[in-house]
Design a protein around this ligand. Structure first.
Ligand SMILES: [Zn+2]
Length: 262
């Protein structure tokens, strides 16, 4: 018997800028947010893997659109948020529950992270220090508030900020460069941020992915985790976007600004 290959996470690019995440060893796999089935099938075939589970973070089509096609020839569990209705979901999850994937020897804990959508959940692998956060946290940014409030989103992001700094952040889009351009406008004096922006631009010029990030990097450079920082508050006030220094109001002002930032 050969030694079991350690678990790894492979990015499957899809659509214009999505990443579908494949968690696998040398035989078995689970996929997070398969918005499209075709690139997942291609990855499974080329790596010679059996798909054993599907994990969904929220209901948007670019995250869940591939589920029915993936189920055509398979009978596998589909995990998804209890507070959203998504076709194909067989196990509904909310915070405090755990997912066990025995074929991968993987366990994941579930966080409720409303804001981008009303029932959005995230998956944390506590042994591996991995976070699958869907469209809640991005490298250098955060998801738009389509269904939730700034209060909900700040509470959701604080749950991520409480994870260990070395937690890998597997977010679902390649938005990092434009996010960091905005971050620099929000916090121009942040040297770590300027450094990160340079690095990310070099990666993109070489056609490389800029994710996963880590919680530690995000805490140092992401304005949507830094809305309490005096420098960020000062920028917002100087731009006439904030009165006072209420943290949730500062977060809401940042999100509002980002929505129209070019
Ligand atoms: Zn979404």
């Amino acid at each position: 018997m050969s030694a079991k290959q350690p678990l790894q996470v492979t990015a499957i690019p899809a659509f214009a800028d999505n990443y579908l995440w494949l968690i696998h060893d040398d035989q078995h796999a689970a996929v997070v947010d398969p918005g499209d089935a075709a690139p997942v099938e291609a990855a499974l075939a080329s790596l010679n893997l059996t798909l054993d589970a599907i994990l969904l973070t929220h209901h948007h089509a670019d995250h869940a659109g591939g589920v029915s096609a993936l189920l055509t020839h398979r009978k596998i569990p589909v995990f998804g948020p209890a507070r959203e209705r998504i076709a194909g979901v067989s196990v509904s999850l909310s915070e405090g529950q755990e997912v066990a994937l025995p074929s991968l020897g993987l366990r994941l804990s579930v966080l409720d992270v409303p804001g981008h959508t009303a029932g959005h959940i995230a998956y944390v692998a506590p042994d591996q220090h991995w976070l699958f956060c869907g469209d809640t946290l991005f490298a250098g940014g955060c998801g738009r508030l389509f269904e939730g409030t700034p209060e909900q989103m700040t509470a959701s992001l604080q749950k991520f900020a409480a994870l260990p700094d070395d937690t890998a952040v597997y977010c679902a889009h390649e938005y990092t460069a434009s996010n960091l351009r905005f971050a620099l406008a929000a916090e121009p004096g942040n040297a770590r941020l300027a450094e990160r922006f340079d690095h990310v631009q070099q990666c993109r010029a070489r056609g490389e992915a800029t994710v996963p990030s880590t919680i530690g990097i995000e805490k140092l450079t992401n304005p949507f985790l830094r809305y309490r920082e005096p420098a960020v508050i000062a920028t917002l006030r100087a731009a006439g976007r904030l009165d006072g220094d209420n943290p949730v109001a500062a977060f809401a002002a940042l999100r509002e600004w980002k929505n129209s930032f070019r």
